[in-house]
Design a protein around this ligand. Structure first.
Ligand SMILES: [Zn+2]
Length: 165
């Protein structure tokens, strides 16, 4: 079942690298976050659908299988930060709606995060819990979740307290 082509629209096409350099760059950052949070997912990509005559194609952030959810990216003069915010938002819509799960999730609180601007950079914000020791916090700038999750300790093999010690 196709959710995104209600009528006889032309088939979406995969947008080749280089057609929208700012979006490519933004998508690479978002895909880094996807790779550390949902490693089984293939990278997101951009799909374009022809719009009206004389108008630029509408571009969506889609799963590798070509499914997406939500609005197209706004094709206008843009900055890196704005492009990153727009792509992250579109990616979040697509991943959470198509895969039926909150994304990305704060690894500390197990809560879905939201986009917020922090020091001029789009970032992932977590609401924290009702416990005053767990206030709302910025987890990481978009594209930098890997810097938090990389130092995974290997499974501990030694136990300090051996049952028969
Ligand atoms: Zn959190």
């Amino acid at each position: 079942m196709r959710y995104h082509s209600p009528f006889d629209r032309p088939e979406p096409r995969l947008v080749p690298a280089g057609e929208h350099p700012l979006w490519d760059e933004a998508l690479a950052a978002v895909n880094r976050d996807l790779a550390v949070t949902l490693p089984e997912q293939r990278p997101l990509c951009l799909f374009a659908v022809p719009w009206e005559e004389g108008e630029p194609d509408q571009v969506y952030v889609a799963l590798a299988n070509g499914e997406w959810h939500g609005n197209p990216l706004w094709a206008g003069p843009d900055t890196s930060a704005h492009a990153l915010e727009a792509v992250a938002e579109a990616a979040q819509d697509t991943v959470s709606e198509r895969l039926w799960q909150a994304w990305p999730v704060c690894a500390v609180h197990d809560l879905g995060m939201h986009l917020r601007e922090e020091s001029g950079r789009p970032s992932w914000w977590c609401a924290g819990t009702t416990d005053p020791k767990d206030p709302p916090h910025i987890r990481a700038a978009v594209g930098e979740l890997e810097t938090l999750q990389r130092p995974h300790r290997p499974n501990r093999k030694r136990r300090k307290n051996s049952a028969r010690g």
